[in-house]
Design a protein around this ligand. Structure first.
Ligand code: CMC
Length: 422
């Protein structure tokens, strides 16, 4: 909403007035879109540290107070009383589903949970040992050749079906990729199972060793997926909005989001946290690891720590830490890496380097330990993140196409050679 407040700027010898926009939670922004027209100047904001790229009504994050809400609902409440499917609906459609609507939405997910049978053969041709995130982005991109084109010109009904197909088949693909990697027959989705139970069953059921679905495992998986379901303009979501702004097919757009998520500074961090904890355990010294982290000539980071937006505890990390402890206790699992993680956290929160820079555990710090307890292999941790983030990406894509957004096309400041001749 535009306010009566104006920002005044002296630039190029003249004073200009710029409109001030305020969000529903009181965040203020100076509207810069006409700035170059008015002054001939552009704004330079490396890595978009201080730029709002859109107005959005999906997710609210307050990094100073550690607040995260989807469509107004605090995540702390959603994990207590809702399933991942409820939250997926909420993100995509704006409100929690009524029981009737949920029934229809679940049905839509179920009937779209099968991957095109011909796509199964893709898995046979992909090299063993390929990272599951690369497999996933390849497979999602391939949906574009198996199913009708979906972009902003598509009918609502086609967008609705593609949304369900993406949310649902990504889970089937992830489980198929795992089964393929261990040389076991794939397990098809079952109509009688909930979203999370179905995933666990497709991952772990076998003709010779039937999988017993545990309610606790289903519950904690719901919690994890809900907490990863959206996080406003993170790198992968911004990728989705940016690519989507060129009117790219939805499947290709989501595939690009998955690629962005795979990076170790983004979703890929959850796998790296566990590798780091193992290194610390092997070396038997947190101090030694911290020395490398603090050395600016060494690229080592404390994985699962720090965040561009949160300058206090990431609320997701708080919940996952608590849930992780409860779940491991309940399952009688004694994972030595949980103890290492706790010690690393304690040491970092008492160390001036991390305190001075406001570095706290983020969503990735404890999630890997829960995935380990669920039996999910480490190279699939980021796939779990992608599976959870699907509704968020789709919600942002849908919001973006509904806004008549222009193609995203930033400027640059050229610093290369001035004209020269051959
Ligand atoms: N370990 C050590 N030092 C760090 C870390 C870390 N994890 N994070 C930030 N710093 C330091 C950084 O070196 C810099 O120090 P100095 O001021 O002396 O140069 C200072 O803190 C500010 O950091 P920054 O690099 O400007 O922060 P950023 O907002 O650009 O980066 C981040 C955010 C998440 C990429 C970064 O904190 C990081 O690399 N963390 C580790 C990877 C990770 O856990 N990623 C998951 C993020 S949450 C989930 C998601 O987005 O997918």
């Amino acid at each position: 909403m535009e306010t009566t407040e104006k920002a005044k700027l002296y630039v190029g010898g003249k004073e200009i007035e710029l409109p001030v926009i305020v969000g529903t939670e009181g965040e203020k922004a100076i509207e810069m879109s006409q700035f170059r027209k008015q002054t001939g100047y552009v704004t330079l904001d490396r890595s978009l540290m201080n730029t709002a790229v859109c107005q959005s009504s999906i997710t609210f994050v307050d990094g100073e107070r550690g607040i995260l809400r989807y469509r107004g609902y605090p995540v702390e409440e959603l994990v207590k009383s809702n399933s991942f499917v409820d939250v997926a609906y909420l993100l995509v459609h704006g409100d929690l589903p009524t029981p009737e609507i949920k029934k229809d939405f679940s049905h839509l997910l179920n009937i779209n949970s099968l991957m095109h049978e011909d796509m199964r053969h893709f898995f046979d041709r992909l090299p063993r040992g390929a990272h599951p995130m690369h497999i996933l982005s390849t497979m999602i991109n391939a949906l574009a050749v198996f199913y009708p084109n979906v972009d902003q010109l598509s009918m609502d009904e086609d967008i609705k079906i593609s949304t369900a197909r993406l949310i649902s088949t990504v889970r089937t693909m992830a489980a198929f990729a795992y089964k393929k990697s261990i040389g076991e027959p794939v397990v098809y989705p079952r109509i009688d199972l909930s979203y999370c139970a179905n995933f666990l069953n497709m991952m772990f059921d076998s003709p010779v060793l039937p999988y017993r679905i545990s309610e606790d495992a289903v519950r904690i998986l719901n919690v994890l997926l809900i907490l990863h379901a959206d996080h406003e303009q993170n790198c992968s979501t911004t990728t989705v909005r940016t690519i989507g702004s060129a009117q790219v097919n939805l499947y290709a757009t989501i595939s690009a989001g998955i690629s962005a998520l795979s990076g170790p500074l983004h979703g890929g961090a959850n796998q790296q946290v566990v590798e780091m904890l193992r290194t610390i355990e092997r070396e038997g010294s947190i101090e030694k690891y911290f020395e490398r982290v603090k050395n600016h000539n060494d690229p080592t980071k404390l994985m699962g720590f720090g965040h561009r937006v949160y300058k206090t505890f990431d609320p997701r990390a708080k919940i996952i830490k608590e849930e992780c402890h409860k779940f491991l206790n309940k399952m009688n699992i004694n994972d030595p890496l949980l103890e290492v993680a706790r010690e690393v956290e304690k040491a970092a929160l008492n160390d001036e380097y991390f305190v001075k820079r406001n570095l706290y555990p983020n969503v990735d710090f404890y999630s890997g330990i829960v995935y380990r307890a669920l039996g999910i292999p480490e190279n699939m941790f980021t796939v779990m993140f992608a599976l959870a983030r699907l509704p968020g990406w789709i919600a942002h894509w849908r919001e973006m196409i509904g806004m008549e957004t222009k193609i995203v096309r930033p400027r640059q400041i050229y610093v290369g050679k001035t004209i020269r001749h051959t």
